[in-house]
Design a protein around this ligand. Structure first.
Ligand SMILES: Nc1ncnc2c1ncn2[C@@H]1O[C@H](COP(=O)(O)OP(=O)(O)OP(=O)(O)O)[C@@H](O)[C@H]1O
Ligand SMILES: [Mg+2]
Length: 370
C-alpha cells in the first residue's frame, strides 16, 4: 500500500464522517473533534506511522507489537483488535499503524455509517485477503449489522439475504481472512458477545505530561517550528493528557509566536498565547470555567442539577455533561452526586474563590458519601 495515497482518501473519508464522529462541543472549542479540512490534513500529517514513532501507551504498544509480530511470522492475518479510550488518544492512529505494520490495505468506516446489515455485507464481501477493516465508533452500529459481524469475525462468513418475505433465502458467502480493528470511546456500551470476539483489547490511557512533551517536540519538528523545552512543558501541562489537544495547542501557539514574536516558542510565548486562547494553567477552557464559575458563584458550590447548571451557562445539557464534565471530574474539580453537581474544594482553590462560611471546614466531604 502506498501510505500517502491511502492517507488522502482516509482523510477525505474521515472528513465526511466528521459531523457524526464529532458530536461534541461547539466549533470554537480547542478540544472538540475538528471538522475543518485543513486542520484535519495537518492532524493526519502528524500521525505517527509505525509503532516505533507512537509515543507512550507502553503496555498497549508492547502487547500489540507481539500480536502483530507473531501474525507476521506465521504469514497470517492478525487477530481482531479492539481499541478503547477517550477521544484524541490515538485509536485511529493505531489502526493505521496496524495496517502499516502488517503491510496490509485498510478500509475505514464507522458504526453510524452502517445503518443496515446490507451495508456491512457489501463492505465485508469486498475485503481483500489480510485487509484491515477499521470500524470507528463500533458501539454505534445497528443491531442487525452487529449480529452479522459476529459471524464474520468468527467464521469469516456472512449470510446474504436474497429476496423478500417467504421467498427470501440466505446465501452463505465465504470471506477472506481479515483483521477487524474496532475503536470505541465507550467500551462499556459494547455487548459482551461482540467484545469477546476480539482477540486483543487495548485500553488507551491518558498520557503523562512527559509523554505529551515528546509528542509536542515531534510535531514541532514535523511542522518546522522551533520550540524550547520549557515551552513544550508549558503546552503539555495544559493538554488534558491528550495528544490531539497537545498538537492543536501547539499549532495555536505557533500562530502566536509567528505573529507576535520571532516564531520561536518559549515558555513565556506559550503561556501568553494560551491565555489569548482562554486555556488556563490546568487546561480548562472557557466552557469548563463557565461551568465551574456558575456552580460555585451562582449555586454556592452545589449540589445543583445538570439542567439548571446548563441553563446557567447557556449551553445544552449534553454539552455540559459530555464535553466539560468528564475533564472536570477527572481533575477532581467537580463531583457528580445523587443530589446534583458539586464543586470540590480544589475547584474553589482553582478559581481563587472562597467557599461560603460553613463549607470551608469540610462538610463538603459529606456530599461525597453515597
Ligand atoms: N501516541 C501518540 N504519539 C504521537 N501522536 C499521537 C499519539 N496518539 C495520538 N497522536 C496524535 O493525536 C491525534 C489524534 O489521534 P487519533 O485521531 O488517533 O485519536 P482517536 O483516539 O482516534 O480519537 P477519536 O476518538 O476522536 O477518534 C493524531 O493526529 C496524532 O497525531
Ligand atoms: Mg479516531
Amino acid at each position: 500500500m502506498n501510505w500517502d495515497d491511502s492517507h488522502g482518501e482516509q482523510a477525505a473519508e474521515l472528513t465526511g464522517l466528521a459531523p457524526e464522529l464529532a458530536g461534541q462541543g461547539t466549533a470554537d472549542r480547542l478540544v472538540g473533534a475538528e471538522v475543518d479540512g485543513e486542520e484535519q490534513a495537518i492532524e493526519a500529517a502528524l500521525r505517527p506511522k509505525d509503532l516505533g514513532e507512537f509515543v507512550g501507551q507502553e503496555r498497549v504498544r508492547e502487547q500489540l507489537d507481539l500480536v502483530l509480530r507473531a501474525a507476521r511470522q506465521r504469514g497470517g492475518t492478525a487477530d481482531h483488535v479492539l481499541l478503547s479510550g477517550a477521544p484524541g488518544l490515538g485509536k485511529t492512529t493505531l489502526s493505521l499503524i496496524i495496517a502499516a505494520e502488517m503491510a496490509a490495505p485498510i478500509r475505514i468506516t464507522s458504526g453510524p455509517a452502517i445503518q443496515h446489515a446490507g451495508d456491512l455485507a457489501a463492505i465485508l464481501s469486498s475485503l481483500a485477503e489480510g485487509e484491515v477493516l477499521f470500524l470507528d465508533e463500533i458501539h454505534r452500529m445497528s443491531r442487525p449489522a452487529e449480529e452479522m459481524l459476529y459471524m464474520a469475525m468468527e467464521d469469516f462468513r456472512v449470510d446474504v439475504i436474497v429476496g423478500k418475505g417467504p421467498g427470501a433465502t440466505a446465501i452463505p458467502l465465504e470471506l477472506p481472512p481479515f483483521t477487524l480493528v474496532g475503536a470505541t470511546t465507550r467500551a462499556g456500551l459494547l455487548p459482551p458477545p461482540l467484545r469477546d470476539r476480539f482477540g486483543f483489547t487495548g485500553h488507551m490511557e491518558f498520557y503523562a505530561a512527559s509523554e505529551l512533551e515528546r509528542v509536542i517536540h515531534r510535531s514541532a519538528r514535523l511542522l518546522d517550528v522551533e520550540i524550547e523545552a520549557p515551552g513544550a512543558t508549558e503546552i503539555a501541562g495544559r493538554s488534558r493528557g491528550t495528544p490531539r489537544i497537545a498538537n492543536r495547542l501547539l499549532r495555536r501557539v505557533r500562530d502566536y509566536a509567528q505573529v507576535k514574536a520571532d516564531g520561536v516558542i518559549t515558555k513565556d510565548i506559550a503561556s501568553r498565547a494560551l491565555a489569548v486562547y482562554d486555556v488556563d494553567a490546568r487546561g480548562l477552557d472557557r466552557l469548563d470555567r463557565a461551568v465551574l464559575t456558575a456552580l460555585l458563584k451562582l449555586f454556592g458550590g452545589g449540589p445543583v442539577g445538570l439542567s439548571t447548571l446548563a441553563v446557567a451557562v447557556g449551553e445544552e445539557r449534553e454539552t455540559v455533561e459530555e464535553v466539560a464534565e468528564p475533564f472536570l471530574v477527572r481533575e477532581g474539580l467537580l463531583a457528580r452526586t445523587p443530589r446534583g453537581r458539586v464543586g470540590t474544594p480544589a475547584a474553589w482553590a482553582h478559581l481563587g474563590l472562597t467557599p461560603p462560611q460553613g463549607q470551608r471546614s469540610g462538610p463538603q466531604a459529606g456530599l461525597f458519601n453515597g
